[in-house]
Design a protein around this ligand. Structure first.
Ligand code: UDP
Length: 254
């Protein structure tokens, strides 16, 4: 059997050629990175959890008419997606002050923002993903005005949906990042949500206690990351109560 062709390897995922033209297979690794990959660790079971959580969110978005690249999950670590031309911009939506916003503007972490705030970051590891404005995006032709308008509208729809989804299970959606891509449908180009939506790319706090269920657990050494992600999966109703996630396989019994 021929080995399938790898198309791209990122920090947390690998893309392989899909079974049909216009499709790819997205494989979720267990690697965690932070601070522009200066901090790294392999965390057993993280990829399995992110695959399931991202599947849950993306298919729900598809179901309410927010277009995403997600087609279907294939197995524990892989999903079939539509191939897109990734727009090199990370779109961050914030509902509550945290992370770089708090640092930059001196707003205490946890303060509810007067309205959702959208920020753009240019995807470039060498530059450390700098924050940019719409002016930069248009001037340097990273995306068109139509792309930017579509990305903002998608980001706000995702924010509305996700805020409600998480609030329903006692989780506060503090902020999140999405990436978008272009697809061609006949003569028309369309912008859709791509990449993943998981606790790696969101800040999720327990609505009552403020406990963190996201990648800050890893960034700030706050405890067991898979336990935190499994809690999110369990509350969303997508993991069995036992939450068996570690990929170690069966133990040999003598
Ligand atoms: N984020 C992400 N990938 C990045 C940068 C940020 O998924 O490369 C997410 C992050 O998890 C958080 C939101 O975007 O949910 C805002 O992140 P922030 O700008 O506060 O940066 P950080 O504090 O994570 O460096």
């Amino acid at each position: 059997m021929a080995r399938r062709r790898m198309v791209y390897e990122g920090k947390a995922k690998i893309l392989y050629e899909g079974p049909e033209p216009g499709t790819l297979i997205q494989y979720f690794k267990d690697d965690a990175t932070a601070f522009n990959a200066q901090k790294r660790q392999v965390i057993d079971g993280k990829g399995v959890l992110n695959n399931r959580i991202s599947e849950h969110i993306m298919s729900a978005l598809n179901g309410i008419g927010v277009p995403t690249h997600f087609i279907r999950r294939i197995n524990m670590r892989e999903q079939l997606i539509r191939a897109v031309e990734i727009i090199p911009i990370e779109i961050v939506v914030r509902n509550v002050a945290a992370g770089s916003l708090s640092k930059r503007l001196g707003i205490p972490e946890g303060d509810t923002l007067p309205r959702p705030i959208i920020e753009f970051y240019y995807k470039d590891d060498k530059l450390g993903d700098p924050m940019v404005t719409e002016e930069h995006i248009l001037a340097f032709n990273w995306a068109s005005q139509q792309d930017v308008d579509d990305m903002i509208s998608l980001a706000l729809r995702v924010n509305d949906f996700l805020s409600g989804l998480f609030m329903g299970v006692g989780i506060r959606l503090v902020d999140f990042k999405i990436e978008c891509g272009r697809i061609w449908e006949g003569d028309y180009q369309r912008v859709i949500v791509a990449d993943e939506i998981s606790p790696d790319s969101c800040r999720l706090w327990d609505a009552k206690t403020g406990r963190k269920f996201d990648k800050d657990v890893f960034r700030r050494d706050l405890g067991n990351l898979t336990e935190a992600y499994a809690e999110v999966a369990q509350r969303l109703g997508i993991m069995p109560e036992s939450g068996v996630v570690a990929g170690k396989g069966p133990k040999l019994v003598h």
